[in-house]
Design a protein around this ligand. Structure first.
Ligand code: BAL
Ligand code: ZN
Length: 884
């Protein structure tokens, strides 16, 4: 397989200005005619070969300016169609191809599934539709004519505006769509099938009426009201927050059940995995409602960040994804609780991105190379990329950030650009020196920042010394210092913020404007490997609150004591750091109990920790969702990441011990929490009710760990009396943590109730696959043969097989049975859908983190995978890099 490098980027020799597509959709095959206006970059100059990408499609004919191209004038191989010396002035290229969407199980390009035709072109799927320069810097305006059987495919959709439609002979019909905006081919979309729509309108701030349509099979229309609400809220928010309005008269969303990703931002025709559109109180839980809000927002926001301004090449993916994730995070924060959203996002980053960044697949936010671009839709590009965007905002403030965004659109609307251009817009709009900030795009690895403090009572000054280190990552043994914004507050002994007026840095006095909103928080700019900041006029030794609101995606190692953290937990005005203090304490506690466990010492829970949890649980001033996050233990993967040799069994034992011990000691408080947070009112998705349900159900999970008759009865009652999926499913989760007859019966009951609801069934699969009950490999293998499972449906694969990989003890079973199961599944999946298979094989990539025996077992599976004939590039890239 060929590796592609960022340093090899070359501007295209030919641009395409207009593309007319004509699809004739059939049951055995589909014919695609394309007519492209090709403009040589060097008009009238020398002729260069025109290389078009094309995979798994049959070439029927090629014409240039209406003349058939002779066989000796082009070359065709398995991946390209090359025109040796095309005209040197603008010309028309017409190509006809034949394709087989019914046989396309990769779900890339044009495919037919669940009765409908659908496309997915990002990143490089358009080449499975027609021969084309399939790269994002080729931007053109498109028309799309679609012809199909009218009774089988009454609805025919593509990008832009519908400009013509009519009936044809033999029961067929056609439509013609025109998209006036220039776009790269990865934003092309087509959908054909039996769909109905929920319709609404949105009036933009300039008074334009936009028709909104959400398309699904008729039976699901009733489940689209939350998606429509989310879309309208996102449209309004983008106008209010960034002054960005929608630019066409129509916005379509289609929900499909078979989709590799979550959703896709095709211009004016967003295609969504149905799990991120469909919701009703009976079938979807609070998490689903929140995801739908965020992802509908995310795809809508791409209209400006991604579509109007797109990426020059795929290495720049974070230019649109990091920025759009940041925008969706901000949107969800404004629609709910800002602190809770920040905590959820940071937890996710730590659980997923930190481990990616510390493993063999570690790559910078802007990767330097790839074999298969599909493998780089990663948490690093998305989530660390969003943190990079957030740092601009932390450094520039809300208004400065908005100025940068405005300049970015003013300069680059209609262009395909790079991360440097975004950086330059932020810098130029604010006239600031960002020094080495760009290394966030080029250096992989999570920086570790060490902080030591000292107080001088004579001079009333307080010093914070920082040192930073970025660990070596594949291909990057030595790292430069990063530009790290550190938001700092200093608490006095009563817990109040001490106003920060000035500090010395490099012997230069810096004064903070007294009118600054952030006078209780200073944003320090770390740019060197080691540096010191000395705060003036600090009347007593303060407790520092470091990296407020998680101001940079780094690991922090400070000299704060446990008492300092308990103090911050109780007093910090930065709510994020209150939560963080609790997490630091919990991580330390877990690591020390793990040592005791290894030394076969009895496990004893620190009473201070129990009181800390108790005071959170009983503090009626706190947001309930915040409490539920504050009383949750760090995840197993987060703790394993901190161990020298990751040991899933000891982490599991310690987590289970702490949970049960807390449940025993705080049983009364947990029971009160359940009692006080029940409601008989109809389900409502708003922050207040979501917070109440989350807290109640977190308490239930604790209580269930006691596994006594009383608690079992209580939880059964919660399950049976639940009137919405959030309460019902959470009660099921609580019961299912303990193996036995109750668990089996209730899982069966739940299946019987919901077997006809595909989206509920994928939850049921995840719940079982992720479970830590002993010997779960066999259960998961059995579920492969259950009628509810289908290896061709990505959601079901992610639930059953992906869920299993995320389990701690069973995936890492000592006898290697978990690894062996995944090895088999990867090879089976690879034949059907390489993208899905490569997501699963990633779970084996961190094998070096475990003990020798597990290492050998996981490595053997990877070796078996890479030595298999006919392996896809997707899986080869991950498996071979994992072994390197
Ligand atoms: N562009 C791929 C799907 C998404 O991130 O929106
Ligand atoms: Zn996106």
């Amino acid at each position: 397989p060929k590796e592609i490098f960022l340093k090899d980027y070359k501007m295209p020799d030919y641009y395409f200005s207009k593309v007319d597509l004509n699809f004739i959709l059939g049951e055995d095959k589909t014919i695609v005619h394309s007519k492209i206006i090709v403009c040589p970059r060097d008009e009238g100059g020398t002729s260069h070969p025109l290389i078009l990408n094309g995979i798994d499609i049959k070439l029927l004919s090629i014409k240039i300016d209406e003349n058939q191209v002779k066989e000796e004038d082009y070359k065709l191989d398995l991946r390209h169609l090359t025109l040796q010396s095309p005209p040197t002035n603008t010309f028309t290229l017409e190509i006809s191809t034949e394709l087989y969407p019914q046989k396309n199980t990769s779900l890339m390009g044009l495919y037919k599934s669940s009765g409908n035709f659908c496309t997915q072109c990002e990143a490089e799927g358009f080449r499975k539709i027609t021969f084309f320069q399939d790269r994002p810097d080729i931007m053109a305006s498109y028309t799309c004519r679609i012809e199909a059987d009218k009774s089988l495919y009454p609805v025919l959709l593509s990008n832009g505006n519908l400009i013509e439609q009519g009936d044809l002979e033999d029961g067929k019909h056609y439509v013609l769509w025109e998209d006036p905006h220039q776009k790269p081919c990865y934003l092309f979309a087509l959908v054909a099938g039996q769909l109905e729509s929920r319709d609404d309108t949105f009036t933009t701030s300039t008074g334009k009426n936009v028709s909104l349509r959400i398309w699904t099979p008729a039976r699901d229309i009733s489940k689209t009201s939350h998606a429509m609400y989310s879309l309208k809220a996102a449209m309004k928010w983008d106008e209010e927050t960034f002054g960005l309005s929608y630019d066409l008269d129509l916005f379509n969303i289609v929900a499909v059940p078979d989709f590799n990703m979550g959703a896709m931002e095709n211009k004016s025709l967003n295609i969504f995995n149905s799990r991120l559109v469909l919701a009703s109180p009976e079938t979807a839980n609070d998490g689903d409602y929140a995801s739908i809000l965020g992802v509908i927002g995310h795809e809508y926001f791409h209209n400006w960040t991604g579509n109007r301004v797109t990426c020059r090449d795929w290495f720049q993916l974070s230019l649109k994804e990091g920025l759009t994730v940041f925008r969706d995070q901000e949107f969800s924060s404004d629609m709910g609780s800002r602190t809770v959203k920040r905590i959820a996002d940071v937890s996710y980053l730590r659980n997923t991105q930190f481990s990616e960044d510390a493993g063999p697949m570690s790559h910078p936010v802007r990767p330097h190379s790839y074999i298969k671009m599909d493998n780089f839709y990663t948490v690093t590009v998305y989530r660390k990329g969003a943190e990079v965007v957030r740092m601009y905002k932390t450094l520039l403030g809300k208004d400065g950030f908005r100025k940068g965004m405005d300049l970015y659109f003013k300069r680059h609307d209609g262009q395909a650009v790079t991360c440097e251009e975004f950086f330059a817009a932020m810098r130029d709009a604010n006239d600031v020196d960002f020094s080495n900030f760009l290394s966030w795009y080029s250096q992989a690895g999570t920086p570790c920042v060490k902080v030591t403090s000292s107080y001088n009572s004579k001079t009333c000054s307080y010093s914070l010394k920082f040192s930073q280190e970025v660990p070596p990552t594949p291909g990057q043994p030595i790292k430069e210092a990063m530009f790290i914004p550190v938001a700092v507050g200093l608490l006095d002994s009563s817990g109040k913020d001490i106003p920060i007026t000035s500090f010395y840095h490099d012997k230069v006095l810096q004064t903070i404007a007294s009118s600054s909103q952030l006078s209780s928080t200073a944003v320090l700019h770390l740019t060197k490997k080691e540096e010191e900041f000395i705060f003036c006029n600090i009347p007593e030794r303060p407790i520092p609150s470091l990296f407020r609101n998680y101001s940079a995606p780094v690991r922090v190692d400070s000299d704060l004591t446990d008492d300092d953290y308990y103090f911050l937990l109780a007093n910090d005005s930065d709510e994020f750091n209150r939560w963080e203090a609790g997490q630091v304490l919990a991580r330390k506690l877990m690591l020390s109990l793990i040592t005791d466990f290894h030394q076969k010492k009895p496990l004893i829970l620190n009473p201070n920790f129990v009181s800390g949890i108790k005071s959170m649980l009983c503090d009626s001033r706190l947001d309930k969702e915040f409490i539920s996050m504050a009383i949750r233990l760090p995840s197993s993967s987060e703790v394993m990441d901190l161990m020298k040799v990751a040991d899933p069994d000891s982490v599991y034992a310690v987590r289970t011990f702490i949970r049960k011990e807390l449940a025993l000691q705080l049983k009364e408080q947990f029971l009160m929490t359940v009692k006080n947070n029940r409601s008989t009112e109809a389900y409502k998705f708003d922050h207040h009710n979501k917070a109440r349900r989350t807290l109640k159900n977190t308490a239930l999970v604790y209580l269930a760990s006691l596994n006594d008759l009383e608690m079992r009865d209580l939880i059964m009652q919660e399950y049976h009396s639940a009137t919405n999926m959030t309460d019902q499913f959470d009660a099921l989760v609580a019961i299912a943590q303990n193996s036995g007859k109750d668990r089996d019966d209730i899982l069966e009951d739940f299946y019987k109730k919901w077997q006809h609801e595909y989206l509920v069934i994928i939850k049921w699969l995840s719940l079982q696959s992720f479970s830590d009950i002993p010997g779960n490999v066999a259960n998961v293998r059995n579920l492969l043969n259950h009628s509810a499972f289908d290896l061709r449906n990505p959601n079901k694969v992610y639930s059953l097989i992906g869920g299993f990989c995320a389990s701690s003890v069973n995936f890492h079973a000592k006898d290697g049975s978990g690894y062996e199961f995944i090895g088999e599944m990867v090879l089976q999946l690879d034949k059907l859908n390489p993208q899905v298979a490569s997501r699963i094989v990633k779970s084996l990539s961190r094998w070096k983190r475990y003990d020798e025996s597990r290492q050998a077992l996981a490595k053997a599976q990877l070796q078996k995978i890479v030595s298999t004939n006919g392996l896809s590039e997707n899986v080869y890239e991950i498996a071979s890099k994992s072994l390197a």
